[in-house]
Design a protein around this ligand. Structure first.
Ligand SMILES: *[C@@H]1O[C@H](CO)[C@@H](O)[C@H](O)[C@H]1NC(C)=O
Ligand SMILES: *[C@@H]1O[C@H](CO)[C@@H](O)[C@H](O)[C@H]1NC(C)=O
Ligand SMILES: *[C@@H]1O[C@H](CO)[C@@H](O)[C@H](O)[C@H]1NC(C)=O
Length: 343
């Protein structure tokens, strides 16, 4: 009897231990099947720089809408052909007034495409590969007011620009030449943007900007100028010359510009050596940007000036009682109101 009891107890004990052991055994972790990693996109067999043209969009309510383009039903005068990998300008219908062709791979503008579109008012050709614009195309656009051709491969300012132009944006090309007389009849031009090109001093003479009677903004920043252009139109209100290598400014240069209010000369090589004492003492100026130059003192400015940017020069003494009112930004460090940088 006793032996049975002992045996039974032992059995119970073994069972308890076993159950306990089972309990302690770590639960098997559920192994989910691993997600297959998405395979990388296949390499193109023949790598080509030019992507294929996009397929045509849905049919338009306008039968003459080029297949490659979008003609919004509510704006019959607007044609969107931008960002379509186009190599060629589609034939534009005569109702086109506002034409968007930016971000394509256009190289040549063929006359045919513009044959009927003589009433274009705005055309955006930014970010293409245009090297030249033919005479016959431009001459026909007698109503063109905005011509945008930023980021192309132009080597010179196109000739035969329509006199109706108000804005001409040619920045980020490789322009190193301004043909004589191109601006002669452009008395409606308000904005001329030539920044980020390859313009050097010998491009400019006294007559370069002759004819621009109403120009308000002239942007020549980011070129390779060592001198100021000999003359700029006296209607000018905004003159941008940042990021050149200008060392000196002729005496009374700005006195002949009675409308000049915004002057930017950041990132040049200017110091008091290359200036006369009253160079920047001009009553029309509201904003003067001279950051990132080599000034050791603050130049004389007029009491009307509202903003002066002079960070990143080598100015030692910034205590100037006459600056108390107008003067806002100064210092030798970027955090003292950094001048707007230019692309
Ligand atoms: C241009 O105009 C002519 C005459 O009106 C017409 O026959 C032709 O189809 C037009 N072309 C385009 C691309 O609209
Ligand atoms: C410019 O547009 C007007 C109508 O606004 C038109 O009469 C004139 O013929 C156009 N000029 C050219 C050169 O197309
Ligand atoms: C700044 O120009 C004004 C107007 O031409 C002149 O009266 C003034 O004396 C000039 N300031 C200095 C410090 O030369």
């Amino acid at each position: 009897m006793r032996t049975w009891v002992i045996l039974l107890l032992t059995l119970v004990l073994i069972l308890v231990i076993k159950v306990d052991g089972q309990r302690r055994r770590p639960r098997p972790t559920v192994v989910r099947p691993l997600k297959k990693p998405t395979p990388p996109p296949p390499e193109p067999v023949e790598p080509t720089e030019l992507p294929p043209p996009l397929p045509p969009g849905p049919p338009s309510i306008f039968p003459d809408c080029p297949l490659e383009c979008f003609c919004p039903p509510d704006f019959p005068s607007t044609i969107y052909c931008d960002s379509r990998n186009l190599r060629k300008v589609p034939n534009l219908p005569s109702r086109a007034r506002y034409v968007y062709l930016q971000n394509n791979f256009l190289e040549d503008l063929t006359e045919d495409a513009f044959k009927n579109a003589s009433e274009i008012q705005w055309i955006n050709l930014d970010n293409n590969r245009i090297k030249k614009v033919g005479k016959k195309i431009l001459e026909k656009m007698g109503n063109l007011t905005y011509l945008y051709m930023e980021k192309n491969q132009l080597k010179e300012v196109p000739t035969y620009l329509p006199p109706s132009l108000e804005q001409l944006r040619l920045s980020r090309n490789q322009i190193s030449k301004i043909p004589a007389g191109v601006f002669n009849k452009m008395d409606h031009l308000i904005l001329l943007d030539l920044h980020h090109n390859k313009l050097s001093d010998n491009v400019f003479n006294k007559n370069t900007f002759k004819g621009l009677k109403n120009l308000i903004q002239l942007n020549l920043a980011h070129n390779i100028l060592r001198k100021m252009p000999p003359t700029v139109p006296d209607s000018i209100n905004q003159l941008f010359l940042d990021r050149n290598n200008i060392e000196e400014i002729p005496t009374n240069y700005f006195r002949d510009l009675p409308n000049l209010a915004f002057l930017r000369l950041n990132y040049n090589q200017l110091s008091e050596k290359g200036l006369s004492k009253n160079t920047f003492n001009i009553s029309s100026l509201l904003v003067l940007q001279l950051a990132h130059n080599r000034f050791t003192t603050v130049p004389i400015i007029s009491p009307q000036l509202e903003h002066l940017y002079m960070n990143d020069n080598i100015i030692e003494n910034t205590e100037r009682s006459d600056l108390a009112v107008s003067f806002q930004y100064i210092g030798s460090r970027a955090d003292a109101g950094s001048a707007q940088d230019l692309r």
